[in-house]
Design a protein around this ligand. Structure first.
Ligand code: NI
Length: 385
C-alpha cells in the first residue's frame, strides 16, 4: 500500500496545495468543503454535508461489520502567510498555518486507497472532514450531529513540524491537553495618577494577580501533573496620569488530568479574589471550559505504533512528549476508543517553523505515509472487532 501511495505523491501534494492556496476560517470552509465533495464524488464515495461545511463520506466494505472513523480538520487561521511559496494563500490574512490542508489531503488519499480495497473491508470506514477545529467547536457539533453512531474506533493524525519528516508519536493515554479560557475583571477606584492614596489602582491589583497566579503551578500543584496557566492579555487604564479603575485579564489553562481541570476555576478564583482584596480592589472570575484533554486508548495507540513500525521500521517512532496544545479530537475519544498521533513533517530549516507561524510549511513527502497509516488503522480496527 505504501508503494501505491508513494506513486500518488503528486495527487496528495496537489490536493494539499489547492487547500493551501484557499484557506478559510472556522465555520467558513465552503470552498474547502466543495473541493472535498468533488474529490469524494470522483472516487465514487457517497457523502453527506453535516454542520454546514463538514463532510462525512462512507466507504462501505463488501463484508458486514462496524464503523471505523478517520478524521481530518478543515479550517485555517487568521495568519498572514510569509512563505513566498507558489501556492501560497490567495486569501489575504488567512493561512493554513497548522497543516489542516495536509490533513484533508491525506484523508482523501487514504479514502482512495481504501475505496480500492472495499471488497476486503469487514465494515464501513467513515471519513470525517470536520470544520472549526481551531475554535474547539467543530468536533462537538459533529458528535451532536450523530457522526459517532455505530462507531467502534477512531484514528487521526496531526502533522507536526517539531518532528522529523516521516516519524510518528502516538502515546498511550494523554496526547493533547485540555484548553480552557478565563477572564478576570479587576475593579478598583479611579482618580488622579498623582494621588493614588485617594483611589484604588486596578492595574497594580491586576499585575499582582498575574504574578500570584504563577504560584499555582510552581507551589501548589503536584509537579507530576503537568499544568499551564497563561495570562495572555492584560488591559487596564486609559491614560498615563489616570488611576485605572478596571483591569481585565484573559488567559488559558492546560492540563491532562480531568479532576484537576475541574478544580482549576476554584483555585484561580481564590488567588484572584484574595490578591485583589489585599490591595483594596475586587476581582471576579469568568471561567469557560473549552476542549477536554485528548486521551488515547492504549490498545488503539499500540496498534497504530505497530502498524507504523511494520511500514517503516522501529526508528519511525519518535521519542517525544504529549503536547499542552488543545485538540478537539478529544470529543470523539471521550466516547469511542481511538488514538491521535503526530506525524513529523519537518524536512529541514524551511519546514521547521512552528505551527501558527506565517512561515509554517511542511515536507509533503511525508503525506503518503500518513495516508497509509490512516487507511491501515481503519482496516486493522475493523478486522479486530
Ligand atoms: Ni491543528
Amino acid at each position: 500500500m505504501l508503494d501505491e501511495a508513494r506513486k500518488l505523491q503528486s495527487y496528495v501534494a496537489g490536493l494539499r496545495r489547492q487547500f493551501h492556496a484557499h484557506p478559510e476560517l472556522s465555520w467558513q470552509e465552503l470552498e474547502t468543503s466543495r473541493l472535498i465533495q468533488a474529490e469524494l464524488s470522483a472516487l465514487n464515495i457517497p457523502f453527506q454535508v453535516v454542520c454546514g461545511t463538514g463532510v462525512v463520506g462512507e466507504i462501505k466494505g463488501a463484508l458486514p461489520g462496524p464503523v471505523f472513523l478517520l478524521r481530518a480538520d478543515m479550517d485555517a487561521l487568521s495568519v498572514t502567510e510569509e512563505t513566498g511559496l507558489p501556492f501560497a494563500s490567495e486569501h489575504k490574512g488567512k493561512m493554513h498555518a497548522c497543516g489542516h490542508d495536509a490533513h484533508c489531503a491525506m484523508l482523501l488519499l487514504a479514502a482512495r486507497l481504501l475505496q480500492a480495497r472495499a471488497a476486503q473491508l469487514p465494515g464501513t470506514v467513515r471519513l470525517l472532514f470536520q470544520p472549526a477545529e481551531e475554535l474547539g467547536q467543530g468536533a462537538r457539533k459533529m458528535v451532536e450531529a450523530g457522526v459517532l453512531d455505530g462507531v467502534c474506533g477512531a484514528f487521526s493524525l496531526h502533522v507536526w513540524s517539531g518532528l522529523p519528516s516521516g516519524k510518528v508519536f502516538i502515546p498511550d493515554g494523554p496526547a493533547f491537553a485540555s484548553a480552557d479560557l478565563f477572564t478576570i475583571r479587576v475593579r478598583g477606584k479611579g482618580g488622579h495618577g498623582a494621588l493614588p492614596h485617594e483611589g484604588v489602582d486596578a492595574v497594580v491589583a491586576g499585575a499582582a494577580i498575574v504574578m500570584q497566579l504563577q504560584t499555582l503551578v510552581s507551589r501548589e500543584l503536584n509537579a507530576f501533573n503537568p499544568t499551564v496557566v497563561t495570562v495572555g492579555s492584560f488591559k487596564g487604564g486609559t491614560q498615563y496620569n489616570v488611576l485605572a479603575d478596571t483591569a481585565v485579564l484573559e488567559g488559558t489553562t492546560r492540563c491532562f488530568d480531568r479532576e484537576l481541570r475541574l478544580q482549576l476555576p476554584e483555585l484561580l478564583e481564590r488567588i484572584a479574589k484574595h490578591t485583589a482584596e489585599s490591595l483594596r480592589a475586587s476581582a471576579a472570575l469568568d471561567y469557560r471550559l473549552g476542549t477536554p484533554a485528548t486521551i488515547n486508548d492504549p490498545a488503539a495507540a499500540a496498534r497504530a505504533r505497530q502498524l507504523a513500525v511494520a511500514l517503516a521500521g522501529p526508528e519511525v517512532l519518535a521519542a517525544y512528549r504529549p503536547l499542552m496544545v488543545g485538540e478537539d479530537m478529544a470529543y470523539y475519544l471521550e466516547q469511542v476508543p481511538g488514538a491521535m498521533g503526530l506525524l513529523g513533517v519537518s524536512g529541514g530549516k524551511r519546514t521547521a517553523y512552528p505551527h501558527h507561524h506565517g512561515k509554517f510549511d511542511l515536507d509533503e513527502s511525508a503525506l503518503p505515509f500518513g495516508a497509509v497509516l490512516l487507511a491501515q488503522n481503519a482496516m486493522a480496527g475493523l478486522q479486530e472487532k
